[in-house]
Ligand binder design. Structure first.
Ligand SMILES: Cc1cc2nc3c(=O)[nH]c(=O)nc-3n(C[C@H](O)[C@H](O)[C@H](O)COP(=O)(O)O)c2cc1C
Length: 175
């Protein structure tokens, strides 16, 4: 049976909450597995009908080892291995079925509109998904946290659920 695969990185739990809400939205028509990048499969199998990836914005981009270490030092985060995350998974994973639908999201703390425009975590995720041979089926979505350690801004989980429903419809109409 076809399934969606939602792979996330999350330092403080907000991107994880968004990933779970997206899966909830998908689940009416497409069951979804939600896995942290460090435990995600090394190959995206032919049974995967949709790949969704997402994580936080760190220093205007995707987290990398140095920004994960900053999260520990500056904000007291618990990061067991700063060398493991979504960026590293996207660099290593292989796709069995080229053209598999995909979409990307990020979480961010907002800030000045100029800064928000410069942030490009989800854009980098999309590029990596494209390089893997997946087909981006929806523009990247951005979800907002109230502060660095969260929580999510009110209504963001509901918005993620709705985005999940939309993604499932896009996949259904494309197949
Ligand atoms: C080291 C570090 C750098 C960050 N840089 C940015 C940034 O450039 N832009 C932004 O909007 N948020 C930034 N943030 C806030 C994160 O986006 C926020 O912590 C994250 O979205 C929360 O998601 P999580 O709970 O899944 O980790 C930064 C946070 C950390 C720890």
């Amino acid at each position: 049976m076809s399934r969606a695969l939602v792979v996330y990185e999350s330092v403080f739990g907000d991107a994880r909450a968004i990933a779970l809400a997206i899966a909830d939205g998908l689940s009416a028509s497409l069951p979804a597995d939600v896995v942290p990048a460090g435990q995600a499969p090394t190959e995206i199998g032919a049974d995967v009908a949709l790949v969704v990836v997402g994580g936080p914005n760190h220093a205007l981009g995707m987290p990398k080892p140095a920004t994960r270490v900053s999260a520990v030092r500056q904000y007291g985060a618990d990061v067991p291995d700063p060398g493991v995350g979504l960026r590293e998974w996207l660099e290593a994973v292989r796709v069995r079925s080229p053209g598999v639908p995909a979409a990307a999201f990020d979480t961010r703390s907002g800030g000045h509109p100029m800064l928000t425009r410069m942030d490009h975590a989800a854009r980098t995720e999309q590029k990596a998904l494209g390089k893997l041979g997946t087909k981006i089926v929806a523009p990247a979505e951005h979800f907002f946290v109230a502060d660095t350690r969260g929580p999510l801004v009110d209504g963001e989980e509901a918005r993620a659920r709705e985005w999940g429903r939309t993604l499932a419809e896009l996949v259904a109409t494309a197949s």
